[in-house]
Write a protein that binds this ligand. Structure first.
Ligand code: ZN
Ligand code: ZN
Length: 393
């Protein structure tokens, strides 16, 4: 089975149209529009610490991954249609099937297209085998989507502005890489279960009805592993530690959660990989701060610079300085915008420089004399005159 033919067993149970709130006949543009609206509404950034919103965000993302992709949607629709037509009934029926119906053991029977699909379940697996398991015959492993992984990452202040590629070590439970999920030691082959003949289930008659149950001998797997894989001891699943290269986009904020599609746990048997959800932490900077995609900085200016106007040097977060022209009569606290020197998003954010008039505390005698002559020259100019007038009752 080619990787892109993978379907997922959860498709049977999940109504992605309902999750997105669109009709089954919705066109691609409508699905995309609805997804965007919902993704914005439930995005973890907009709903900090809201578990419900986070769950909805994942649900909506998952739905869009499938029905937002023309190929996947076509397969999903086929699977759903077969399910609706009754094709996916649990073979054991009311007698002793797992509640609600699709454990991994019984699912194999339905999708396996097994050589010995016994008794009651007959024709259906042939239809499905024809669709998805080219070649049929031997029992085929299920395509399963990999797990979503959540992780934390800490970025430097500048890396958060520019974006960065960084290696991340992740641990997750996934398909065993030593045996590729077969559970058998590499070089050995699992043997078809002699009890069930590989179907993973046993059929017996009771009162004229055929019932099927997972096979005891092979626990429903359809195979017996004589020489177990040393990594996973036959389970086919193991904790994997892998290092991925994560591309963190420019402009991420402290506490933001980002989703890296396909960077989660590996899928099994051609199934797609899960997603990686990263919670980003950004270290503080002693000079600069963030305001969305803008960067802020406070720049001291001398009284004469503010009064007479000047060109001052302003530091830039990514290094170096820019020349900033401040006009005569600049008030304390006035903000100046240096275009494009904030987060390197597209379009980029700006650097917002706030001037702070510095008052010297260590005046020399000459300086003192100069300021005293300024006071004399401005005698009669009361800076509080307007304030006091306004405050008169
Ligand atoms: Zn293994
Ligand atoms: Zn068996």
């Amino acid at each position: 089975m080619a990787a892109d033919e993978g379907f997922r067993r959860e498709w049977i149970d999940k109504d992605y149209y309902k999750d997105l709130g669109v009709s089954k006949k919705a066109d691609a543009a409508e699905i995309k529009k609805t997804y965007r609206k919902l993704a914005r509404k439930y995005h973890p950034d907009a709903n900090p610490d809201d578990k419900k919103a986070e769950a909805r965000f994942k649900e909506v993302s998952e739905a869009y991954d499938v029905i937002g992709d023309a190929d996947q949607r076509k397969k999903y629709d086929e699977v759903r249609q077969m399910a609706a037509s009754g094709g996916f009934r649990y073979p054991g029926g009311a007698a002793g099937g797992p509640q609600g119906g699709f454990s991994s053991a019984d699912f194999g029977d339905m999708f396996g297209g097994g050589a010995n699909a016994g008794g009651g379940q007959g024709g259906f697996s042939d239809i499905f085998g024809g669709l998805f398991n080219r070649g049929g015959g031997q029992r085929q492993p299920r395509a399963t989507r990999g797990n979503d992984i959540e992780s934390d990452v800490t970025l430097g202040f500048v890396d958060a502005l520019t974006g960065v590629s960084m290696p991340l070590r992740l641990s997750s439970e996934g398909i065993c890489e030593t045996c590729h999920g077969s559970g058998a030691r590499p070089g050995t082959t699992p043997q078809t279960c002699p009890v069930c003949g590989g179907s993973g289930s046993r059929v017996h008659n009771q009162g004229g009805f055929a019932f099927s149950e997972p096979c005891d001998a092979c626990h429903g797997r359809g195979v017996i592993i004589e020489d177990a894989c040393p990594t996973c001891r036959g389970a086919g699943v193991a904790v994997q530690t892998k290092t991925i290269n994560a591309r963190i986009p420019a402009g991420v904020k402290d506490g933001q959660k980002i989703r890296l599609k396909g960077k989660g746990g590996a899928g099994a048997n051609g199934g797609p990989a899960g997603d990686l959800f990263l919670r980003v932490h950004v270290t503080k900077d002693p000079v600069f701060a963030r305001d969305g995609k803008n960067v802020t900085v406070t720049v001291p200016v001398a009284f004469d610079e503010a009064a007479l106007g000047s060109t001052i040097k302003v530091p830039v977060p990514t290094g170096g300085t820019v020349q900033l022209r401040i006009p005569a009569g600049t008030a304390n606290g006035k903000k100046f915008r240096v275009k494009g020197k904030g987060a390197q998003t597209s379009p980029p954010g700006d650097l917002i420089a706030t001037v702070a008039v510095a008052v010297p505390a260590d005046l020399s005698d000459d300086e003192k004399a100069a300021i005293e002559s300024l006071r004399e020259a401005r005698a009669g100019a009361d800076p509080r005159a307007e304030l006091l007038k306004k405050a008169e009752r």
